[in-house]
Design a binder for this molecule. Sequence first.
Ligand SMILES: [Zn+2]
Length: 265
Amino acid sequence: MHHEPGLATSVSELTDQLRALGVREGGVLLVHTAFTAVRPVEGGPLGLIRALRAAVGARGTLVMPTMTDGASVFDPRSTPTHDMGVTADTFWRQAGVVRSTHPGASFAAEGPLAERICAPQPLSPPHGPESPVGQVHALGGQVLLLGVTHSESTTLHLAEAIAEVPYSVSHPCVVEVDGAARTVMIAETDHCCVGFRRADGWLRARGLQREGTVGHAHARLCDARELVAVALEHLAADPLVFLCAAGRGCEECDAARASVGALPA
Ligand SMILES: [Zn+2]
């Protein structure tokens, strides 16, 4: 075990910090987090989950991304998350937590609206209006970025889907068809997502983002509807606003640019 400097934040302190930030009791809360930025926390990732649950309360619903790499047939009861952090990978394994069934883009939820948020959805787009982030948006939920930036904010992919941006990249994903594993290509609005960080300036300019410290992490909180509405305004003015400029050497954004006008793969 490596040494963690600093005093561990208690679950009740974390809960107070989340409430002070503006987390709504009884609401829907979608959380993207890097535990390494929040720690040390009393009880580790489970302590952070307890604090998030306490902040939304028994009538609230907590949601986290539990996406997978698509390299094998997805089983919501056993497939580990890929690059989603230890908190999300701990959350979906808890009793009473529902996990959605998209083979690459699953989410987990706990609370009264968990089943609705994790309802079956189309394969593509993974983060459209019928996806978990689409449900969080429709339900008037909040988005909490805890120690991460808007680069991790899947809700901005929802904005891209609603705006019908002209770029689309397809990735292979293994699914089960009639009992046999098959690889399908799933089209999505993929790029490096660094451009999503522009949302900070857009939201701050209008006072639509609450910011503060939770544990040791910088925290951002906004309403999913306000985030999407602001992103849609900017996408209407420039549909490629989230992509890195051409010639900057970003291979992912260059691939997205190259897809504009091309037939779907
Ligand atoms: Zn890029």
